[in-house]
Design a protein around this ligand. Structure first.
Ligand code: ADP
Ligand code: ZN
Length: 432
């Protein structure tokens, strides 16, 4: 196995040892801000209360509201003149939170990111095009520094502007891209509309993350571009990208446990779920100086994949994110996640790049409407063919979610696009 750094090969005992050492250092650091100093004192956590990583369970959770209440600098654990950069979350679920980094924080983040990229075969010889938004969003600079650390020729293309993306990819022979899943299909379609085949491009690896997508979606992308797609997970509160990443096995994302302690809890009881059970991911940063965070409730739902990975790394794996706890919606008493819808519709070859879920109330009750873009070659005049397709999609969705949705087949490229993360659901029920 080719590795970027020796920490990839740590065994379980060594991981536990490092975690304990770094957790102690982190706890000492957090006491430098009033917020954590009080939290820990209130919970009776003293200087020497942590003798094993399991004792972590006694430490109170940190929530997004905590981070918001401490905005902008309440959680700083160093003098501000030690800070070299700040980032914000995208604000997908409300007002953003800010995280401040020291130079050591930036360096260790770049190392982790390089570790992820090296793991899936990215090398110095590669041309890396970062199609993620730069600026406050961590997917820009976060991944950028990792690529430079490996020594790739790095193109900071930024988000959107398909024409320019394609020109850059052609002119410089891009072999690796970082791209949002919802944008990747759009880009592929753009290339097709130019009369070219995306599979003919030299692109061989894509790092795809920042929002949920299904296995069906990945397969579609891999075929379209004839490349490998690796899932990349991260969140600004834990730096950004580089937290969890798939290896060549594409079977779960390794969480770098020398830098983070991951836990999965029942969101209601707050207790650890059994291995393999789905719950909310909770993360503790172990290497951060500027703003260390203890037991952060990510609101992201996933499970640990039990057993060892065939790649040989012992860092635990999490399954692809099912969605955020906030993404779940309820129709006729049934809990539904957008990814359940995507999983079904992306298996239809007729379906194009985009879909949208509308929740309405027709006066009699909830109505769930799924708008699905259909690829041009299938958008035929014969209404019977389209009608049959519509019926089949509705039935397959019913089998999956136990609610029969109304399915609207719409022309390719007709649904609204977002610049950043895709908005999959519009709920207009409360307005009635
Ligand atoms: P925001 O929460 O405002 O979107 P971030 O930009 O920090 O802020 O995004 C982090 C969030 O993005 C994660 O908590 C998670 O919900 C989502 N996310 C990141 N990577 C993935 C991924 N690979 N799969 C699914 N969701 C992801
Ligand atoms: Zn692996």
């Amino acid at each position: 196995m080719e590795i970027f750094d020796s920490a990839e090969l740590l065994d379980r005992d060594a991981i536990t040892e490092i975690q304990l050492k770094r957790l102690k250092t982190t706890l000492a650091r957090t006491r430098k801000c009033d917020f954590y100093k009080k939290r820990l004192a209130d919970a009776g956590i003293g200087e020497n209360s942590i003798s094993s990583p399991d004792a972590l369970e006694n430490i109170p959770f940190t929530t997004k509201d905590d981070l918001r209440s401490q905005y902008p600098k309440g959680l700083l654990c160093v003098n501000q003149n030690e800070i070299v950069r700040m980032h914000c979350s995208s604000g997908t679920t409300g007002s953003p939170v800010a995280i401040c980094h020291t130079q050591n924080d930036i360096n260790s983040w770049a190392d982790l990111m390089a570790r992820c990229m090296y793991m899936v075969g990215v090398r110095k010889e590669d041309v890396f095009q970062n199609m993620s938004g730069y600026g406050l969003f961590t997917g820009g600079l976060g991944i950028h520094f990792g690529a430079e650390r490996i020594g790739c020729m790095t193109i900071p293309a930024g988000a959107g502007n398909s024409r320019r993306q394609i020109k850059l990819a052609k002119d410089f022979g891009t072999t690796v891209a970082h791209i949002l899943p919802s944008y990747a299909l759009i880009l592929g379609e753009h290339i097709r509309n130019m009369g070219e085949d995306p599979a003919d491009y030299p692109l061989k690896i894509a790092l795809v993350g920042a929002e949920p997508y299904t296995e069906e979606f990945r397969k579609r992308l891999e075929t379209l571009f004839n490349m490998k797609v690796y899932n990349s997970y991260g969140l600004s509160e834990m730096n950004g990208p580089g937290v969890g990443f798939e290896c060549l096995q594409q079977n779960g994302l390794h969480i770098w446990e020398d830098a983070y302690i991951p836990e999965i809890i029942d969101p209601v009881s707050g207790k650890h779920v059994d291995d393999g059970e789905i719950g909310e991911l909770v993360m503790t940063s172990l290497c951060r100086e500027g703003m260390p965070i203890l037991r952060y409730r990510t609101r992201d739902l996933t499970r640990f994949i039990p057993g060892d990975c065939e790649c040989g790394r012992k860092h635990r794996r999490m399954d692809r994110i099912l969605g955020r706890a906030d993404d779940m919606f309820i129709v006729k008493g049934v809990n539904i996640y957008p990814m359940q819808i995507e999983q079904v519709i992306m298996t239809f070859p007729e379906v194009g790049q985009n879909y949208h879920i509308l929740l309405e109330n027709d006066g009699l009750g909830d109505v769930m409407r799924v708008q699905v873009e259909i690829r041009d070659e299938y958008f035929v005049e014969d209404m019977r063919i389209l009608h049959n397709l519509q019926k089949t999609i509705a039935q397959r969705l019913r089998d999956e979610i136990l609610v029969t949705p109304k399915v609207d087949l719409v022309e390719n490229n007709s649904l609204p696009r977002t610049e950043g993360k895709a908005v999959r659901v519009t709920d207009s029920r409360q307005k009635k």
